[in-house]
Design a protein around this ligand. Structure first.
Ligand SMILES: Cc1cc2nc3c(=O)[nH]c(=O)nc-3n(C[C@H](O)[C@H](O)[C@H](O)COP(=O)(O)OP(=O)(O)OC[C@H]3O[C@@H](n4cnc5c(N)ncnc54)[C@H](O)[C@@H]3O)c2cc1C
Length: 404
């Protein structure tokens, strides 16, 4: 055990960049900066307005290796960790949270889920296609009557020889379709196989009985991601498409939710950073009563409070990402904690940015009204604020020693 008081140990510790701890992370950050400025930002407002998913940009992200940062090299991924994943989602979200949500659903809820919970044969079949974006994938958990209380889901999987038969409806599924008529390519589907027992399955499009239901249009935000209902009507899925053993779906889901929540938290810090930038630039330029508005104490309060909150939330997100093991479960406390804090920081920063910009903040051209609409989803999707309250209290009550 190194002596923490020795000067070498202290120097090493001070060199650590929490947000880009290795050369690979720093290179990834550079790629992202260029991609976001040149290709993501210019299309964001149009896709928000038209409520359409940009499939071409998604495939471009695949070409740049941004869809598979956590997937193993042998399957076309970069073999990186949760920090890399968080970095990708934060950067994309700073320009286009709707597009970022589609990337998150594909790369984490679908591809990373398969990576951790599938067997080698299944990985070989799915991951190379997911890493390039040849396949657009998604995850189906939520149902019309069941969200937070996920173990009460009604979609059933009944064993019939060497198949399972799936019946049920899933809703609010990001990437469920590519457009109004086209299904996504492959799906991780959770279904009940007994009393509070879930199993996960890989379902590919083209199977009889499986179809796109209604598209959710007129969403408050995240309009650049496609949100759909999916119908499973006697869908026959080979036993070979089961991910893990029967009944292991709950554990698989919980493990995947941890990295999902952290990535969603990073989307919020991306929104907060962008809003701060807009606020600061505007406060420098806009004059009132003969001075730039940055001279007014109440404007300073908006900037300073949100800056400090952003820095605190971002540090919590990256510190949790540094410690999280993508193959394990049991790291829920801080994944929930980071999302609980960051999602509210993102929403407040967007609200403050609109306030600082006055009437201009209310107009689409100034971006922050879109970010404000998008920010709200992060207090709901992947676990509501109330679900985080419940989980954090439960985890601390069970093991108070986690409170270090
Ligand atoms: C744009 C968008 C994209 C989405 N993408 C996906 C996706 O790709 N895949 C997917 O499976 N799902 C997806 N979802 C669904 C999302 O994860 C759920 O909406 C979320 O988990 C909440 O579930 P619910 O909407 O059914 O609300 P409910 O669970 O019905 O909750 C309603 C209210 O009751 C509160 N509540 C419920 N239970 C408790 C409790 N025990 N204690 C205290 N309060 C409680 C909630 O916090 C909330 O305020 C998406 C949703 C949206 C809006």
């Amino acid at each position: 055990m190194p002596d923490p008081l020795a000067s070498d140990a202290n120097e090493d510790w001070r060199c650590l960049d929490l947000f880009a701890p290795t050369t690979e992370h720093a290179l990834l950050a550079e790629t992202l900066e260029e991609f976001v400025a040149r290709e993501v930002e210019p299309q964001a407002a149009d896709h928000d307005r038209s409520e359409t998913f940009n499939a071409a940009l998604f495939r471009r992200a695949g070409e740049l290796g941004l869809l598979g940062v956590t997937l193993p090299d042998e399957y076309g991924g970069a073999g990186l960790d949760a920090v890399a994943s968080v970095r990708v989602l934060e950067a994309l979200s700073s320009a286009d949270p709707g597009f970022a949500l589609a990337v998150l659903s594909h790369s984490i809820l679908f591809a990373q889920n398969v990576n951790v919970n599938a067997n080698d044969l299944q990985r070989k079949h799915v991951l190379p296609r997911a890493a390039t974006g040849e396949w657009i994938g998604w995850m189906c958990m939520t149902e019309p009557g069941v969200g937070t209380d996920v173990l009460a889901m009604k979609t059933r999987a009944r064993r019939d020889g060497d198949h399972y038969v799936l019946d049920g409806i899933k809703t609010f599924i990001t990437n469920g379709g590519v457009d109004d008529r086209t299904l996504g390519d492959a799906f991780v589907v959770y279904a009940s196989t007994g009393e509070r027992s879930l199993t996960s399955f890989l379902v590919e499009k083209g199977v009889e009985g499986f179809r796109l239901g209604q598209k959710w249009s007129d969403k408050l935000g995240m309009r650049a991601s496609f949100t759909a209902e999916l119908v499973f009507d006697g869908v026959r899925v080979p036993v070979g498409n089961r991910l893990g053993a029967e009944g292991e779906g709950t554990l698989a889901m919980m493990r995947n939710l941890e990295i999902e929540r952290l990535a969603l938290a990073a989307m919020s810090t991306g929104i907060a950073r962008r809003c701060l930038r807009v606020m600061v630039d505007y406060a420098n330029e806009r004059q009132s009563f003969g001075v730039p508005i940055r001279e007014h104490g109440q404007v300073q309060r908006h900037i300073a409070e949100n800056f400090a909150a952003y820095r605190a939330a971002r540090t919590y997100v990256y510190d949790t990402a540094r410690r999280i093991d993508l193959n394990c479960t049991g790291q829920r406390l801080d994944a929930d904690g980071a999302k609980l804090v960051a999602s509210q920081v993102g929403k407040r920063a967007a609200d403050a940015a609109i306030q600082v910009l006055g009437g201009y903040g209310y107009m689409g051209e100034y971006v922050v009204e879109r970010l404000w609409r998008d920010a709200k989803l992060l207090e709901i999707g992947g676990g509501t604020l109330e679900a985080h309250h419940k989980n954090i209290t439960k985890d601390l009550a069970r093991d108070p020693s986690q409170l270090r």
